[in-house]
Design a protein around this ligand. Structure first.
Ligand code: ZN
Length: 356
């Protein structure tokens, strides 16, 4: 982690304290069971993490410790606080911020783990437990940074702001975490300076992320006795053929982009089925798909294209390859045609990239 500063901040601060980090992290992972985020069953209590961070930072705060750290515990739902911590530099307009260290975790099923996920264990040079990298490890790391700033009081041109957030792993309960902080204008001043989003499940700086377009393909066929397949429109076959065609067209229109190499993307844009559901005994089945899109393609372009593909398939349903002598997608005698309907989700995420 590099902090821009007036002079020799590394000399002023020294290295972050390993022992102190390794003693803080087990306290956080010890709470991980209670900060699993999967409503309505599991609603995290992020204040359990906030308490440990405050234990570390309050001795250096303006309120109780007579130190330089300005601490704001911002809570929108009971037990689900966020924490904004500021170390003031000597030029108020200059701000560097670390945002996104989230205090909730994804669920862990103990029976599927070789070791207890809800307590930190050490295996050689590895620290283990739910949240070690995503994201309680980052919470501990930035807490250590702020504690060191509070203790050493280096002379910095820029203020350093850390924003520990609630509710990152699941967005089904809105108005708890960073969305609420932004809405309240509490992060506005961070726009003046570089902002590092500290939440990547690995240990390198992340300079680009992919976007996501979830969508569903509803397929309508015609139910008929399996022994008289010539009178049916098999929606499974129809769905499989459509997916093949849609995928083929997608990869032609959105092939690997040369910039992906520059940014080190491990994978180009992809489009594939991820889940299927068949509402028993009926005539519909629904593949649930997603598109993962590197930020070099435009989301509306992709959505337009997907709609175009499906429209085209509906128009040309007679030409879609069938499977076997009686498989068909049109029954002229009954005036029935198989049909596709595509529904995009509103939960679209755009990718970002930034090479500094
Ligand atoms: Zn995360």
């Amino acid at each position: 982690m590099v902090v821009t500063c007036s002079s020799g901040v590394k000399e002023q601060l020294g290295d972050l304290n390993k022992e102190s980090f390794v003693s803080l992290l087990p306290k956080l992972i010890g709470e991980s069971k209670y900060v699993q985020n999967n409503p309505p069953d599991l609603i995290p209590e992020e204040d359990r993490i906030v308490r440990h961070v405050l234990d570390a930072l309050l001795p250096h705060s303006t309120t109780t410790g007579g130190g330089p750290l300005i601490i704001n515990h911002v809570t929108y739902k009971p037990n689900r606080g966020n924490l904004i911590v500021e170390y003031p530099g000597n030029r108020p307009a200059n701000i560097i911020s670390f945002v996104g260290m989230h205090m909730d975790v994804v669920t862990a099923n103990s029976s599927e783990w070789d070791f207890d996920p809800f307590s930190m264990s050490i295996d050689g040079d590895k620290l283990r437990g739910r949240g070690t990298t995503d994201c309680l490890g980052h919470v501990a790391l930035v807490t250590e940074l702020m504690r060191t700033l509070g203790r050493m009081k280096p002379d910095l041109k820029s203020s350093v702001v850390a924003v520990f957030i609630a509710s990152e792993e699941n967005s089904s309960i809105p108005g708890v975490g960073v969305d609420a902080l932004v809405k309240d204008g509490l992060l506005d001043k961070l726009k003046n300076g570089p902002l590092f989003w500290i939440d990547t499940a690995d240990k390198q700086p992340c300079i680009g992320t992919g976007g996501m377009i979830p969508w569903k393909l509803h397929v309508t066929g015609k139910l008929f006795h399996s022994g008289l397949a010539h009178k049916a429109i098999n929606p499974f076959e129809l769905a499989m053929e459509a997916l093949k065609e849609i995928q083929t067209r997608f990869y032609k229109d959105f092939p690997p982009h040369p910039k992906e190499q520059i940014y080190g993307f491990a994978t180009p844009s992809t489009m594939k089925p991820t889940q299927w559901s068949y509402p028993g005994g009926g005539i519909n089945q629904i593949p649930l798909d997603d598109v993962r899109l590197t930020p070099f393609y435009n989301v509306p372009d992709v959505i337009n294209k997907l709609n175009e593909y499906v429209e085209d398939l509906n128009k040309n349903i007679e030409k879609i390859p069938t499977r076997g002598p009686v498989s068909k997608y049109v029954l002229p005698d009954e005036n029935l045609r198989g049909r596709y309907v595509i529904v995009e989700s509103s939960r679209i995420l755009r990718g970002i990239c930034d090479l500094i």
